[in-house]
Design a protein around this ligand. Structure first.
Ligand SMILES: *Cc1c(COP(=O)(O)O)cnc(C)c1O
Length: 379
């Protein structure tokens, strides 16, 4: 089945009691046994909920995986991945992952005796050098935020062949429509469904998808034991959103490709970062492992003042954290999302004070371009 069919039908069945075409919001914390010990497979709402099951099956299908697990946030999904490991285990992590992920690893998980190395995973030799006897996980984000660097997923898979190392990819930026890490042999896919999967900026959620039976069994146990599960209503909202994921992603992509190309011709912009530009150093790799390039563009302006002035001058693009919604947003990472990242790391990854990140929405692209041009004229 093709993506646009799966997004509407996978995991969705007319409700057995009424025939309702849309999966109901099952607001119940518990389920009655017909006779003692005879349940219908449902016992308690933290453990299982029919609206959640429908979403989990839907997302698993979209990522070409066997099992899906939903959580109350993307961070709860990251916590669940990390809970597979124990003190003494070593984890290799992309040096430019989501700030909240580094905060969780450095300020919480490290206290429990796990060891982390942060490296540029877009350089496969760096990963090779970082692997130790106790390495248990390689945690990758591709493309990265906000520098949009790409990690070669097939190369990572080849590198860990025959080793007991689990690989996990945070696929939030591409969504399942443009990239399916499991197809490259990656073990776990993670999403902040808050972003493109939900896409309407009205839910916080996360998910994990895998085809590995053993990892799935552990995730089921951890999801129930930790208890960071989403509400049935949030699951229902996300299910409503996945039905249009392909259509939204096509629009994000088409707008962003065109806008990124036009931005390269603007004199006040020193650099444009977008994996869909032929000048992106990993354009060929992007084409190989992604079916599109997404809606995130980063641009470099001359100074911190120029970055701030540009954001303030935009009218359609709203200044806000987050990304992946239908509306366009702008973010100045140094003053907002990446303010806590130490200076030396910012320099290492190329995150300058004048860097601005655009989350290109699905509005009319001429309106968006006009908004950007007006803001640039102000500088
Ligand atoms: C937002 C985000 C997260 C965290 O997800 P929440 O839903 O905010 O908890 C993780 N990874 C990436 C790439 C994100 O953009």
């Amino acid at each position: 089945m093709k993506f646009s069919t799966k997004q509407i039908h996978a995991g969705q069945h007319p409700d057995p009691s009424t025939g309702a075409v849309i999966t109901p919001v099952y607001l119940t914390s518990t389920y009655a046994n017909e006779y003692l010990g005879e349940s219908k497979g449902y016992d308690y709402g933290r453990t299982i909920n029919p609206t959640r099951v429908a979403l989990e099956q839907n997302l698993a299908a979209l990522e070409n995986g066997k099992y899906g697990f939903c959580f109350s946030s993307g961070m709860a999904a990251v916590q669940t991945v990390i809970s597979l490991f124990k003190p003494g285990d070593h984890i290799i992590c992309s040096d430019n992952v989501y700030g909240g992920t580094i905060r969780l690893f450095e300020q919480i998980i490290k206290n429990y005796g796990l060891e982390f190395s942060y490296i540029d995973t877009s350089d496969i030799n760096e990963i090779k050098k970082a692997i130790k006897d106790n390495t248990k996980l390689i945690y990758i984000e591709t493309p990265t935020n906000p520098m949009l660097k790409i990690t070669d997923l097939s190369a990572v898979k080849n590198l860990v062949k025959g080793k007991e190392i689990i690989t996990c990819v945070d696929n939030t930026f591409m969504s399942p429509y443009f990239q399916n890490p499991l197809d490259f042999g990656i073990d776990i896919v993670l999403h902040s469904s808050t972003k493109y999967i939900n896409g309407h900026s009205d839910v916080i959620g996360g998910c994990l998808i895998t085809s590995d039976d053993k990892i799935a069994e552990r995730f089921k146990f951890l999801q129930n034991s930790i208890g960071a599960v989403p509400s049935p209503f949030d699951c229902w909202l996300i299910l409503r959103s996945t039905k249009t994921l392909a259509q939204r992603m096509k629009d994000h992509n088409e707008n962003a490709i065109d806008i990124a190309e036009r931005l390269t011709k603007e004199k006040k912009i020193e650099k444009v970062y977008y994996p869909g530009l032929k000048t992106h150093p990993q354009y060929e790799l992007s084409k190989k492992q992604m079916r599109g390039f997404g809606g995130i563009i980063s641009i470099e302006l001359s100074s911190i003042e120029a970055g701030k002035r540009f954001c303030n001058a935009l009218k359609i693009f709203q200044i806000a954290e987050s990304l992946g919604g239908v509306e366009s947003l702008v973010c100045h990472p140094v003053s907002m999302t990446h303010g806590a990242v130490p200076m030396d790391i910012r320099q290492k990854i190329g995150l300058t004070d004048g860097l601005v990140r655009l989350s290109v929405g699905i509005e009319d692209k001429e309106d968006l371009m006009e908004d950007i041009e007006n803001a640039l004229a102000d500088l």
